[in-house]
Ligand binder design. Structure first.
Ligand code: M6R
Length: 357
């Protein structure tokens, strides 16, 4: 039920902090540490490479998951779009583990890959919000995202929950491999939950951004570098699917290789900067588009901010920044769609689960 909300999407954006706290609680053991099922632990440990397969927003969570697995657990990961993987299979490693990420657990493109790799005898794990779904039943193992039912077509809380579970998977793998971590992941996820709550209490700021920049525009760009690029892809998908504004996510340094030709006077460019090692690089990219007339909307993380930034996000561990940085993008998309008179929860041409290939 929507309760006091006009739309499920806004309710689900607000529920993200609750979902994270749920995940922390569900995966925490008596000794305060995270422990995954020992069979899952073994299968990850035994694999020499993880292949993440997913579609849409879940694919974007997979891109962040790769970073987390490689940085935290030193495990090599490839991320594939499900519909491409089936017909264009890469050369596999000797002991691959397939990880399917799917909110619904019913996405036909992902299932086609699952069926294929099972035939080849490979091990499979599904990360889903719906245990008992097809992808969960048919895989060897399941990790539940505990986000609660997601009704709006635009995925929000499932995405942050997927990234949180991927963090725990990475942390658990690191622990088994004897890799020392210099942060407490559950505590950091708690800080993320607080940060999301703080952002959700400032919705008027993001409504104002949407009203100022996105009411009449035909196109918008989202840019970021490193993991911010992956969040930019998600921000663009969110905006286009519910507001029908042409939106593209780009790696900041790539614009000058062609796309910058599209920048005109007043084109909104939403730039994310949450990663200290590329803060100056992305700011240089913002200057490049501003010089061509773009209207920049800069979202930076506390500690990296500059006076001209549009909004400063609460500080969290840099590796977990995507979970926080996506929230303003979800809210900006929501308000853009709302004020452009779009059907926020049921955008045209889309279904909640895509059960055809
Ligand atoms: O249920 P799944 O996570 O497998 O769905 C994958 C995509 O269809 C889904 O994320 C889609 O991109 C959303 N509408 C995005 O908001």
């Amino acid at each position: 039920e929507k309760g006091m909300y006009d739309h499920f999407m806004l309710k689900e954006i607000d529920e993200q902090s609750i979902a994270l706290r749920n995940i922390i609680q569900k995966y925490q053991h008596e000794d305060g540490e995270t422990r995954l099922d020992s069979d899952i632990r073994t299968v990850v440990q035994e694999s020499d490479r993880v292949y993440i397969v997913a579609a849409g927003t879940s694919y974007h969570a997979g891109l962040v998951g790769k970073q987390l697995m490689e940085k935290i657990a030193h495990k090599p990961v490839e991320v594939h779009i499900a519909s491409e993987f089936v017909y264009n299979m890469p050369l596999l490693s000797k002991k691959p583990l397939f990880v399917f990420i799917s909110q619904s657990g019913e996405t036909a493109d992902s299932r086609a890959v699952l069926v294929k790799v099972k035939e080849l005898g490979h091990r499979t794990l599904t990360i889903t919000n719906v245990p008992g779904s097809t992808l969960s039943r048919e895989a060897d193992f399941t990790l539940h995202t505990f986000a609660g039912p997601e009704i709006a077509v635009a995925s929000t809380k499932a995405y942050t929950a997927q990234m949180a579970v991927l963090t725990l998977l990475a942390v658990d793998t690191a622990r088994v491999s004897g890799i020392e971590l210099d942060f407490d992941p559950l505590q950091e996820l708690g800080i993320v939950a607080n940060a999301i709550e703080a952002l959700c209490s400032q919705k008027d700021v993001f409504e104002e951004i949407a009203k100022t920049y996105l009411m009449t525009t035909r196109n918008t760009f989202f840019i970021g570098r490193a993991v911010d690029y992956y969040v930019a892809l998600e921000g663009a998908l969110k905006l286009k699917e519910i507001s029908y504004i042409q939106a593209e996510g780009f790696a900041g340094g790539e614009l000058k290789h062609g796309t910058i030709a599209l920048i005109e006077e007043g084109t909104p460019v939403i730039a994310l900067t949450t990663q200290s090692h590329v803060n100056l690089n992305i700011r240089a990219n913002v200057q490049e588009v501003v010089a061509r007339g773009a209207s920049p909307i800069i979202l930076s993380m506390e500690g990296l901010e500059q006076p001209s930034d549009t909004f400063v996000l609460p500080r969290v561990h840099e590796w977990l920044a995507p979970l926080v940085a996506v929230v303003p993008l979800q809210l900006i998309s929501y308000y853009a769609a709302l004020h452009r008179g779009c059907d926020v929860d049921k955008p045209r041409n889309l279904a909640k689960s895509v059960t055809v290939e």
